[in-house]
Ligand binder design. Sequence first.
Ligand code: GLU
Length: 451
Amino acid sequence: MNTKNSKLFVDDFMNYVRAKDPGQPEFHQAVHEVVESLADFLLDNPRYRHTQILERMVEAERIIQFRVPWMDDRGKIHINRGYRVEMNSAIGPYKGGLRFHPTVNQSILKFLAFEQVLKNSLTSLPMGGGKGGSDFDPKNKSDNEVMRFCQSFMTELSRHIGPYSDVPAGDIGVGGREIGFLFGQYKRIRNEFTGVLTGKGVEWGGSLIRPEATGYGAVYFAKEMMKTRGESFKGKVVAVSGSGNVAQFATEKVIELGGKVVTLSDSSGSIYDPEGIDRDKLNYVMELKNVHRGRIKEYADKYAVQYMEKQRPWIVKCDVALPCATENELNLEEAKMLIGNGCFVVAEGANMPSTEEAVHYFLEKQILYGPGKAANAGGVAVSGLEMTQNSMRIAWSREEVDTKLHSIMCNIHEMCMKYGKEKSEFTNYVKGANIAGFVKVANSMMAQGLV
Ligand code: GLU
């Protein structure tokens, strides 16, 4: 290992990436984290450098951008922008979610697609990486408006996807309702009932446990990390951010394992319930968010607990933090606050929720830090299992899928330990996940020639 050489390597590579794609800060952040972890490994393994695998991996195989026109309930016309970033297909069809959110742009989708390539590789299932979406804002839209938008979006997207080429799913702003509308339109245009999307309803080809998978998986991963220090969730205080699908099922699993979740949040603020969110309160959150599409503040009003307006949860005292909202939702100052308050486990249910400075701080303090591409891989892993069930035309039971999810998360944890153990016996899960994810994709790319 040569620290000076590896720093030069990282700087050179990042200059190359920034020069090619200026103005894509989230993409640069995601690539930088990976290149930092890989530098020593690549210097020790020149075959990956000579074949320019990393240069090839940061270049999407294909990016599709398209117009999405649609009409609202009052007859007003709106024009949104749709995208699909087809990043890497070395180990399987492009696979990754669709995000509908006003912040969506190429930088965000390229960061997500790049992460997805390594994450999907870690699952050990045959899935390449992609990501897509639109700057459409589903907030305050009627079901009919969302349906018309989804139909317009899929009318174009359907030309570019298929069960053997690219299999989208959900992400922020795309849940069961949207997947239903998207699937209906794809089937209508192509006259094919196939597993072209995952996250489908169980009555029409979806997998049991898919809605639960990302949240459950993140908790299974955290459980494995805690085991290495003889710890468990029993009696632990847990701060969760977000209140969508990932946050809800992470909370459910923490409750089941005997922990106490004391926070949830949305983009307007956080609730702090020191008594803990129990099963009944969680049912209320699920109804509030999934049926009424309301705001988390209503929880504070209903249960007379503290509402922290415009605040994220990281200021409260906890043992475990599960960021399950969105990218860059946990900065250095908040990382210091968490650790100062005794937090020793951070497992990311969201993609890249910790800023680069926060990640460096976690590693410096040697806490149990599970980066998103490892900790939240359960979602896409069960999407992979949904694809398998669709191909076999069968449906597995809850227990079968949950057992497979659990063993996939344990396997990812093991791979992180294998590649991330440092001399001090500390496991750097960032390094472990990045190297383990990279090796399989890189070897496959080399085997397939310069394509
Ligand atoms: N959007 C999820 C993720 O970030 C799931 C993707 C999928 O199931 O394809 O991994």
